[in-house]
Design a protein around this ligand. Sequence first.
Ligand SMILES: [Zn+2]
Length: 447
Amino acid sequence: MNKLELVKQFLITKFRRNFSSIEELQSFQNRKIKKQLSFVMNHSPFYQMFYHDFQKAINNNNLSALPIIDKSIMMNHFDDLNTVGIKKESALKLAIEAERSRDFSPKLGHISIGLSSGTSGNQGVFLVSDKESAMWAGTVLAKLLPGKLFDKQKIAFFLRANNNLYRTTANGRISFTFFDLFDDLPLHIERINKLQPTIIIAPPSMLRKLAEWQMDEKISIRPLKIISVAEVLEEIDRRLIETVFKQTLHQVYQCTEGFLAATCSKGILHINEDLVLVEKEYLDKDKGVFVPIITDFTRKTQPIIRYRLNDLLIERKTSCPCGSPFLALERIDGRCDDLFYGYKNNSKEIGILFPDFIRRAIMLASDLILEYKVTQLTLDLIEIKLKVKANQELVSESVKNELGAIWAHHQLVIPDMHFLPYDLIPSASKRKRIANEMREQFDGKIV
Ligand SMILES: [Zn+2]
């Protein structure tokens, strides 16, 4: 592992990238974009072809004039897009073999391979060089570690798949202990008690479990910092975790496409605008709901330029008290796939509902709700799983009324609602509290 690169990146991130104004940040980003565009025009056959008719935009550093890509375009052009000549077939083979054997150490030369969870069916394969891994680790540590780089930290990391990317962060003072979410839950109890981590990084479903164990005195840990990753963090889980561990819960918004956002000292998520440029494709400007289009400044192996993510973000309307010029987010709202849909009253047109509306309705319905899951099954059927403290029937009735009010408010036909007991446990699959599992194709017009 390139420790020098890690330390260099740590110091740069911590001390050199503190922008005092948006103008200063923008001029930094423009320089980075220019460098990155010039790099891909020299090294990536795909981008050379893709931008062939956009030479003027390239010369003017006019990023927003360039065409957008997404995961399917990236995967279809994998072989020509990466700059190290790796073929999709060999990368996939290695990555799938690693998933199967749970041994994530094999690499192709100095390149690590990662798979993105293909919730929408198309699996993504991502390439990261040793140098990029070290830079990534330095940046993450700079943004997340409490204290200094040389303070001793024991980090417990709960993950679905280990990966060379994550393994790099083990050095003398900082130990990384990997907890595989594929293991049976009780196995973690003894290990985490013994480890006594100073930092815990885990999906909120697992953090909630740890909080419950702490309440039941099955474990007794005193972490300095807790960081939620990989799943949408819901208020209902945040509250419990913060109350039990008596601290602000931090968040990282990281995907195989990049390290996109992290919480500041105030617990507010900020886009890492020193690493990526995020353009906003608004779905609802008034409410600040947008789909991010990202351009990464540092990835050379598999350059990511104007790449549309499948995520819904909500921008924060007020500036953050921490004073950072980086874009502040209200929350990560979920995947675009988890929008809800309904027929417009008296028409064949179809309207959309953001996951946030569903979340708010549940929170408004009752404070007796401990856990929930709301799933859209068809345009006119919603399934609701509830775990409540008491008064199951009254709470269900209240949820039904609040959800109905959301559909009515948006002039949509109120669907049937089917209630079931809550039966989900943290597991190897990503938990979503709000999900769309509609199989049908509707031919209505979406408005
Ligand atoms: Zn802040």
